[in-house]
Design a protein around this ligand. Structure first.
Ligand code: ADP
Ligand code: TYD
Length: 204
C-alpha cells in the first residue's frame, strides 16, 4: 500500500508518519518511509538546491521541475521496487505538494503541473492520501517555536502564500483518494483516525 501525507508546513505530518510507522511495524508489516523532496542520492542533492536560502531568486518554473525531477528518481529507484516487494510505503509529501505549492501557491498552471506529474510519477499514484488541515495562524504559532535559521527557503514564505496553498489542498481533497483530517485535534485523535482509515481500506 502506498500512503502519502500532505498539508501546509507544521501541520503535523512527520509526527503522524512516525506514529503510523510504529503502528504498522508492531503488526509485523514491512514499512519504508520516504522523504520528499529527497530519498535517493540524486534526490537529496536536488533537495539541497531547492531548500537552500541562498537561492532566493529561484523562479517557480525551476521549482516545479526540480521537485518533479527529485520525485521521478525516487519513484523508479525506491517507491516502485518497494511496492513490488509488498512493503507499505509511506511518503511525507508527494505530487500533491507540487500541485498545492507550485500550482495554487505560486500560481503556475495546474493543468501543466498535472502533465508533469504524468511524466514524473506515471501510474504510481497513492492508494490513500491524508491531508492534515490546520489554519495558517496555527502553523505560524508552531513556526514561532523554531529558530529562523532552522527554516528552509519555502518555510520562510509569507502568510498569503500559505493561505493559497491551504486553499489548494482544500480543493484537491475533494477527490476520493483523500482523507481530510482536522489537524487541530490531539496527536492521538489524529493517529486513531488514520489507523481507522487504513483498516477500512484494507478490508476492501
Ligand atoms: P510537519 O512534518 O507537517 O512540518 P511536525 O510533525 O514536524 O509537522 O509538527 C510540527 C510541530 O507541531 C511540532 O512541534 C509538533 O510537535 C507539533 N504538533 C504536531 N501535531 C500536533 C497536534 N496535533 N497538536 C499540536 N501540536 C502538534
Ligand atoms: P519538507 O522538508 O517536507 O518540510 P516540512 O517537514 O516542513 O513539511 O518540505 C520542504 C518544503 O518544500 C516545504 O515547505 C514544502 C515544499 N514543497 C514544495 O513546495 N513542493 C513540493 O513538491 C514538495 C514535495 C515540497
Amino acid at each position: 500500500m502506498f500512503i502519502t501525507f500532505e498539508g501546509i508546513d507544521f501541520c503535523g505530518k512527520s509526527t503522524q508518519v512516525e506514529l503510523l510507522r510504529k503502528y504498522l511495524t508492531d503488526r509485523k508489516k514491512i514499512v519504508e518511509i520516504i522523504r520528499e523532496p529527497g530519498g535517493t542520492t540524486i534526490s537529496e542533492m536536488v533537495r539541497s538546491v531547492l531548500l537552500d536560502k541562498v537561492h532566493e531568486n529561484m523562479c517557480s518554473e525551476t521549482e516545479i521541475f526540480l521537485f518533479s525531477a527529485s520525485r521521478a528518481q525516487l519513484v523508479r529507484e525506491k517507491i516502485r521496487p518497494y511496492l513490488m516487494k509488498g512493503y507499505y510505503v509511506i511518503s511525507d509529501r508527494f505530487h500533491d505538494s507540487s500541485t498545492a505549492y507550485q500550482g495554487f501557491g505560486r500560481g503556475l498552471s495546474v493543468d501543466a503541473i498535472i502533465n508533469i506529474h504524468n511524466l514524473a510519477i506515471g501510474e504510481t499514484i497513492p492508494d490513500i492520501t491524508f491531508f492534515i488541515d490546520i489554519p495558517v495562524g496555527e502553523a505560524e504559532n508552531r513556526k514561532r517555536q523554531k529558530l529562523h535559521h532552522e527554516l528552509d527557503r519555502i518555510e520562510v514564505s509569507e502568510r498569503d502564500f500559505f493561505e493559497k496553498v491551504r486553499n489548494g489542498y482544500l480543493y484537491l481533497s475533494k477527490d476520493k483518494r483523500f482523507r481530510k483530517i482536522d489537524g487541530m485535534q490531539s496527536i492521538e485523535a489524529i493517529h486513531n483516525h488514520i489507523i481507522r482509515e487504513i483498516e477500512l481500506l484494507e478490508k476492501r
